[in-house]
Write a protein that binds this ligand. Sequence first.
Ligand code: PHE
Length: 338
Amino acid sequence: MLNDLDSIKSLAGEEIEKADSLKAVQDLKVRYLGKKGIITGKIKSLAAIAKEDRREYGKSLNDVKIYIEELLGVREKACKAVELNKTLQIQRIDVTIPGYRIPAGHLHPTTQVLGEIIGIFTSLGFHVEEGPEVELDFYNFEALNMPKEHPARDMQDTFYISDDVVLRTHTSPVQVRVMQNNTPPLRVIAPGKVYRCDADVTHIPMFHQLEGFMVDKHITMSHLKGVLEVFIQRVFGADTKLRFRPSFFPFTEPSAEIDISCVICRGAGCNVCKNTGWLEILGAGMINPRVFEMAGYDPAQYTGFAFGMGIERVAMLKYGIDDIRLFYENDKRFLDQF
Ligand code: PHE
């Protein structure tokens, strides 16, 4: 009776040896050890064997089972290795081929320049405030010393929403809002979008400005000069010169237009600076006492300076861009350069 186990064992040994794929190994596993497998059948028929033979037969049967399991295990491993090798051969990866570049976007040039400017002023102790783009006539004009019918309003091509509501034409209204809600000393910058009904190579209906102002006791024009000099030289280089030209804004007195030495010709004269050697970059001045009064400050106690600049204008000068409309045409060939 033990003979049949011997022949099962040697047959299984032969068959497993020949199995040359994972599938073949799997089939043999089923054939010998599966629910209806040869070994399983033998185990089931143990009960029918005479009691005195059962023990010895059972033990031998178990040995054969373990033998088959082990052989199958070894074979399975070998077949797996062969198949893995085959797959590696077919799907060979050439790690020396350069990878595909995933095109990554980047910040818009206006945002980049604005970020740089904000970084410079925050390093000087200014902090950022924001105001609404849809603004009351009161903050955009009246509280900045531009009463209704004031001729200075003509300079700002205003989009009116209603008689009392406008799209802000500059960031200066933030000065008043901040002063109303805070007491000096103040060191504030206010970046944001502004709107003017105007369009040509140097004007677009929506652009960005950055307002800056400092209010305290004994603030003078030399503070303004010092702050602007640091700012301009960090953006345009340490050899850039500044020039203050007398000007007029209703909300500053005295007022100045600030020029920088031409970033293209360094002052020698070229077509960008129209042979003057200078480029206009921002407006500034000492905050008008009338503005302090309307914000609720005592002009006898406080003084301050303010300045305002167009961000796109700074970017144009920095990168030598001659048409402001390029910023918002979304031409990738333009934007990819930044
Ligand atoms: N708000 C002015 C403009 O838009 C710029 C400015 C700001 C001038 C602050 C003086 C002081 O033209």
